[in-house]
Design a protein around this ligand. Structure first.
Ligand SMILES: [Zn+2]
Length: 92
């Protein structure tokens, strides 16, 4: 993967660099995640999880910058995991 800006294929917003918790099994420390609360991937996830598993949860779009692998990042609320977002140093 290059260091170009990564955008979410579902909503077109820039992905946020996100610190992987130590409990996660990914080998990489940083994942790129769409933290847009309006993202269709995220908003549709609530219905999907309720219908399939009868749980109140959803997931966000995740991209592994090292492997290019993408997949869902499970969340249990709109604010879950946001504490792991790495602030973009270039923005003020
Ligand atoms: Zn998105």
């Amino acid at each position: 993967m290059s260091d170009k800006n990564h955008t979410c294929p579902h909503c077109g917003k820039d992905l946020a660099a996100w610190n992987v918790p130590e409990m996660a099994c990914w080998g990489t420390r940083i994942q790129y995640v769409c933290f847009n609360d309006e993202c269709s991937y995220f908003t549709k996830g609530w219905e999907w999880m309720r219908d399939k598993y009868e749980v109140k949860a959803s997931y966000r779009y995740r991209l592994d910058p090292e492997t290019g692998e993408e997949g869902p990042l499970p969340v249990w609320s709109a604010d879950a995991l946001k504490s792991g977002i790495i602030e973009n140093q270039e923005k003020k």
